[in-house]
Design a protein. Structure first.
Length: 136
């Protein structure tokens, strides 16, 4: 399969999964933000957030692909899933919790972090699985 088609396809799937995750946990997440759903929906230029979210998915997929090659995991689905689960926790939990706790406080910061870190973990692991299964 064409490299960029694979990258874009996986990125679309990651954004759809993100929509599902935030659809299920949206009220919990919005409440932890201290905002209402209406406030978030009525912001001008909401499309910019979705554009950055898609760029995030492309970046994750390209970086995961780079490390799949560096770690020689391109044909090892189980190794890729374990490795990228550990990396996702290591690179997501600390920074995300830190960025949420300072402005939001411990309670709401942890609530926000649960949803955001969960999305990061799912995105990184699914990108690895998709790349191993489709591109290599």
């Amino acid at each position: 399969m064409d490299y960029w088609l694979t990258i874009v396809g996986i990125s679309v799937v990651l954004n759809l999964i993100g929509g599902l995750i935030y659809g299920v946990f949206g009220a919990f997440w919005v409440n932890a933000l201290g905002k209402s759903s209406e406030e978030l929906r009525s912001r001008p230029n909401n499309w910019v957030a979705y554009l950055f979210s898609f760029f995030r998915s492309i970046t994750i997929t390209v970086v995961v692909d780079f490390y799949l090659h560096q770690l020689k995991l391109t044909g090892d689905l189980q190794g890729a899933l374990v490795t990228f689960s550990i990396l996702a926790v290591g690179f997501s939990v600390g920074p995300v919790v830190n960025h949420h706790i300072f402005p939001s406080g411990l309670g709401n910061g942890l609530k926000l972090s649960l949803v955001d870190c969960g999305y990061d973990l799912v995105s990184i692991v699914l990108a690895a699985a998709g790349l191993v299964l489709l591109a290599h």
